[in-house]
Each structure stands twice: as C-alpha cells, then as structure tokens.
Design a protein around this ligand. Sequence first.
Ligand code: SF4
Ligand code: SF4
Length: 381
Amino acid sequence: MVLRKEAMFFHVILTTSCNMQCRYCYGEAMEDVDEDFSGFDVDYSLPPKISYDIDWLRKFCEKDNDCVLTFYGGEPLLCPEEIMRIMDEVKVKHFMIQTNGLLLDKLEPAYLNRFHTILVSIDGNEVLTDYYRGSGTFRRVIDNLRLVRRRGFEGELIARMTVMEQTDIYEQVTWLLNNRDFSFSSIHWQLNAGFWKNDFARRDFERWSRDSYNPGIIKLAKFWVDKMEDEGIVLRLYPILGIANSFLHKGEKSILRCGGGWINYAIQTDGYIIPCPTMWGMKDYYLGHVSTLDPSRLRKIHLGEPCTKCEAFNMCGGRCLYAIVTKRWTSEAYAHVCKTVTNLIQAVHAQMPRIEKLIQEGKVMLKDFEYMKYNGCEIIP
Ligand code: SF4
Ligand code: SF4
C-alpha cells in the first residue's frame, strides 16, 4: 500500500462541556464510562477547558504547517476566546469546526469566515432533530446557518447526522438536501452503534438496520446516481461518495477511513494526544504530549482482528478504532453493524456501471468525486 504525504488532522478539544443534552452526547459518554469500562485505565479528571499553553500548540503545528485543526468539544463554541486566539497565533493549512450550531452567531465573521469547513450536527427535519437533540434545537441551528451564510461564509457546510432507530435514512437525507428551511449540499451520517455498553439489548437495532436502514441506503445510492443522470450533479453524500471514490480508484485499499490513530488525531484539554476524540482519557492510548511531540513522528495505531480477517476490510477500513478496541457491543451485536457496512459497499458497487458510463459520456467528471479526506466525515457510518 502506498501512502501519500497528506496533511495531518488534529481535533483540538477545547472543552469537555456542552450546552445541550442530546440522547447520545459527549456528556452522556462521560456518564456511560464507569469502572466496568472493559478494563481500560481511564483518566476521569481531565480539565473541563483547554488548560495547556497555546504556544505549545503553535510550536507543535509549526513543525508541520500543512496540518488541519478542527475545533471540537464538548461544544467548542463555548470557548470563543480560545478559538480566536488559536486562529490568531497558530499557523496551519486550514481551520475547521465541529459544532452543534447553537452558538455560531457568537463568533465574529472575521473568524467564522476563515473556516474551511463547518460540520454542524443536525439529524434531519425539525421533528426528528428536536426528538434527538431537544425541543427548539432545529430552529436555532437553522437560523444560525442562514446567518452564517448571510455573513459571508463560503466554505463547506456539512450536515452531520447521528442516526438510529427513529431515522428513516432515505427520507431524512433527501429532506436535508431539499427543503424550504435550509438545503444542504454536503451530508454525512454516523450510526449510533457500538459506542455504549448496554444499549444493544434494550434497542431495536437489528430489526431497524435490516428493515429500514439497509434498504434505505440502497434507495439512496440509486437516488444519488439518478441525480447525476438527471442534473449532472454529484451530491456530497459522504458515505456514498467515499465508497464510490474508492471504486473509481481501483485497487486503492483503505485503512481506517476516519483517519483515527494514523492521520487524524485529537489533542485533549490537558495537551495529551490520543487517536481520536472519543478515546479521551484512555491512558493506554496516550501517544505523547503537545509540548514535546513532533506531528510527523506520531505513532500510528493499526487495527487488528476481526477487521484484518474480514473480506470487507480493504473497502471498509475497519469502521471505528474506538468501537473495535473497547468492544462495547458483543461480536454478535456488532455483526449487525458490519452488515450495514457490507450493504453500503454493495449498494454503491451496484451503481458503479451507471457512474462509469456517466463519466465516459462527460455528464459528470472524475474530479466531482474528489473530497478532502479525514475532514471529520468518517465515510463508514
Ligand atoms: S465490516 Fe466490520 S469486521 Fe469488516 S472491516 Fe468493517 S468493521 Fe471490521
Ligand atoms: S470512527 Fe471511531 S475511531 Fe474514528 S473518529 Fe469516530 S469514534 Fe474515533
């Protein structure tokens, strides 16, 4: 496998606090982590807010000016002063932010408009988003997104959906693409699956993934290519786009597509570097400290079994390092997640002859399938 020299990505965790109480938020993750956390040594006492010297971050990034920083939390916009200071003092290739969107109006346009990408959490239409994220959330986020565009933000705005049993994936994705409130052109989604210890037994994931989600993905892949055929548009539906991109670059093998632990890392509020933001506090995975490390010398974490023995590995890449190492779901339960992965791959594969024909005819271009990898869209939901 040939690895290109690519930019490195770092999630800068500014705070562990959040101004929301979603059904699957970071705060709940903190509550879920108990003494039964699969035998891992976890530091539960991380500073609630970025506590290391920002000059260390400046020096760290100076060693690799090509790196991309993504502000992350908790809710990163609870720390506007720190965001502005970092953007003033740290030289990087791009800044991005992953936010729940409620405080986007509080950041001055001079900073907001410098973001290459804003990933905003929204789960679909108003009823669904408010069900998952609390009453009134949808309106506030949509109002802020309109404001952000009015204030001149021209970068990519990605709707980041968390999906689970109440989500009809086809209905919600197509709604986000085309509605009167705010239509997105970039959408990513992630399954809430394999992240919590005891939820599989009380949930209906198996039936939902089989009867609703998987058929919805097949329908969505067809819809995606219909759109190319009818309008010459390649929508940025990241899970589908990422897989199609790999099929178009035949022979390209993927490793963990989120980049976690090999090209995409996270910096905790205390300055320790971890493979991904979800692995906060897991001391066995501390890779060093921002004050002393050189980004290019960061250790890479590689997945093991079952992924390395899986037929889908070259295309899937392993889905999620956190889920694989923590084994929050049993292998029987996780097999249903893997079925969603193979279904996604097959759904896109079935559409490839149509896509290749459209490229040959010049209706769409190969470059329409390019995207910034590791931008916070994990590709494999
Ligand atoms: S489908 Fe499942 S087992 Fe196979 S590589 Fe992906 S996550 Fe690993
Ligand atoms: S997919 Fe898993 S390993 Fe990758 S960033 Fe998300 S939680 Fe971390």
